[in-house]
Design a protein around this ligand. Structure first.
Ligand code: ZN
Ligand code: ZN
Length: 301
């Protein structure tokens, strides 16, 4: 039987309302995107504090330094750089090789946003999925895993854990996500709404708010679904989508059960991970391991 999920519904509906008003009123997209991030963060902080999924998953005093370094350097700085770089590259390409068309203006904005959301997730889905392969003997495959391994270090999940990513991974992801949207000439309003979906769901999916199984699990990456991606059990660590489940359905990596995950954290106990307590050690980790691929076993069977 479907259980209600009022916290999640309230957050998603209020963000949808804010984003819709922004488009209709012609407000500044970048500014409103940041305001929506702040709004959703405050909302999640309140519910993580007063109605957590698990009380012992909230941030502990000893973790604050690393949490802030991940937030400020890994995410805020490199996500912005990636978007700016993608924008610069695409504008250069468009001016030389492409005509910017008004093709998308012939369709309702909602339809265009759905298409844009699916397009924007395709490359990040594969980047995430390939990053998990960690094929022994393949320096490239191992390097990608070593870049992504930071994300699977924490044994808890909350808003701040969204930011546990290597800056290189964030940078590449931003280009993979934004590049196709610009290249295919999606209108600015659609790109703004896709960014809202992407950023909101990224933080929501890692949050420690109560989230039961619901119809949303079939459409977007909910906390329920993404906790399975962070499961210690290899069989459960699927769901490679960032904000929507579409490509997981298409490529057979959708995973859900009518229960919550037992433990999150390191996927396989014999696999090498960077030091959880050293932010700079985590940043150096892929580069120190790149030339020693024989030391790591594959994450996959
Ligand atoms: Zn992952
Ligand atoms: Zn995650």
């Amino acid at each position: 039987m479907m259980k209600k999920n009022y916290t999640l519904y309230t957050l998603l509906l209020s963000v949808t309302f804010l984003a819709s008003v922004t488009v209709k009123s012609g407000w500044h997209f970048e500014l409103m995107l940041y305001l929506i991030v702040v709004y959703s963060a405050v909302f999640i902080f309140i519910f993580e504090r007063y109605r957590p999924h698990r009380k012992n998953w909230n941030v502990k005093k000893a973790d604050w330094k690393n949490e802030l370094l991940h937030l400020i350097i890994s995410t805020a700085l490199f996500d912005g750089l990636g978007k700016a770089c993608a924008l610069f590259l695409v504008i250069q390409l468009q001016s030389q090789f492409f005509q910017v068309s008004d093709f998308w203006l012939a369709f309702p904005l909602l339809f265009v946003v759905v298409i844009a959301a699916v397009v924007a997730e395709f490359l990040p889905y594969w980047f995430h999925r390939i990053s998990h392969q960690a094929k022994s003997g393949s320096p490239t495959s191992l390097f990608l895993w070593h870049v992504h391994a930071i994300h699977h270090l924490p044994s808890t999940m909350n808003w701040f854990k969204t930011n546990w990513n290597h800056p290189l991974g964030i940078f590449i992801n931003a280009i993979l996500k934004s590049g196709p949207l610009l290249l295919f000439g999606f209108p600015p309003a659609a790109i703004f709404l896709v960014w809202v979906i992407h950023v909101t769901m990224a933080y929501v999916s890692h949050s420690n708010i109560e989230s039961k199984s619901s119809w949303l699990d079939y459409v977007v990456i909910t906390p329920q679904l993404h906790r399975f991606h962070h499961s210690k059990k290899l069989i459960e660590a699927q769901n490679y989508g960032i904000s929507i489940t579409f490509w997981d359905w298409v490529f057979g990596t959708y995973y859900n059960q009518n229960r919550t995950v037992e433990q999150v954290g390191r996927i396989q106990k014999n696999h090498e991970y960077p030091n959880q307590n050293s932010y700079w050690g985590q940043i150096r980790f892929p580069f120190t391991k790149l030339y020693q691929p024989c030391c790591c076993k594959s994450v996959n069977k």
